[in-house]
Design a protein around this ligand. Sequence first.
Ligand code: TPP
Ligand code: MG
Length: 378
Amino acid sequence: MTPPKTAAPAEPQAVIAPDGSVRAGEDPGLPPDDLKTIYRAMVATRLLEERGMSLQRQGRIGFYIGCIGQEACGAGATWALRPDDWLFPSYRMPVALLLRGIPIRDLLHECYGDAKDSSKGRQMPCHYSYRQVQFVSISSPIATQIIQAVGAGMAARIRKEDTVVLADFGDGGTSEGDFHTAMNFAGVFKAPVVFLCQNNQWAISCPLPKQTGSETIAVKARAYGMPGVRVDGNDVLAVYRAVRDAADRARRGEGPSLVEALTYRVGPHSSSDDDKRYRPAAEVAEWKARDPIERFRKYLEKRGAWTESWEKSLRENLAKELADGVAECEKTPPPPLESLVGDVFGGLPAHLREQLEELREEQKEHESGKDPTMAFPL
Ligand SMILES: Cc1ncc(C[n+]2csc(CCOP(=O)(O)OP(=O)(O)O)c2C)c(N)n1
Ligand SMILES: [Mg+2]
């Protein structure tokens, strides 16, 4: 039997053309100051990602996972939400934190896992968590955050709050049972959730056609009773517009939506990956040429919101911020030993107190140089 013919996948919706122009009536009309704030965060993210990977290669941090090529997805989505809306992110949206005012320095402290890390050195590098900006801790197991986001959305409804929740995940995440559970529940109970799939077409070495037989990710929405839209994920205004519309809908009590942002991870999956082993260089080069930052820059220029001298000083300031941040991290000690046993029990149980004492003794021994072969912590 010959398989039924399927239509070509829907062209992703775009706002900004490759030359930076916008079709009449398509521009969401963000004011120049907003545009510049978004652009700055995207450039900051790019520079952070480049520095993060080199810090890992130099052995100064243990791990790095970057989002080069995907900066428009996180930036457009975050700007489309209210500051009090919740983010349940995957690891490819540090730009959300920069847009919500977390300094680059703080993200570096998290990567170093030092005494100024908001997670007290308990998380993997780049697995950020910032309660003060509604950014829920990134989980290593993929897709777990999708259900959590729906739970948070339902809680907001029950408490009669009008906050919206963004669940951000990758194309690989859609093959997890958690995706189905979350989408089904949200569709039935009209949870105020925006599902954002950053479809970068790879899940480490697994390409999209081996991930799903579905024509697009967006069409999956239909079976769950919610709208699904496919946008160009390298176009920050297209992502902004789609997430804004979905968030407005959720806030009006009309339920969830799925936004598929078609994009590409131009770097390796993480510092532990070598993508040259499983994908052709030509494919990567093709997507590098569709750089979301360059496209947005051209748009800004056409809107009269960009000059070469502004870009130069922006990059100089960011480079300084990064260099100062790294220098500060390298002067910051590791978190205190007490942090190993804190934040769990109201009063420290006897066995943990005992173990902490043992550790303190061991630390003293190493610091006294009795055994110079062993650095502490081990
Ligand atoms: C439940 C689970 N299975 C496998 C892994 C290993 N793993 C980490 S990231 C990843 C790929 C995820 O791909 P995708 O969802 O497309 O996100 P992307 O990394 O492309 O942004 C895998 C398989 C994991 N962390 N958790
Ligand atoms: Mg992926």
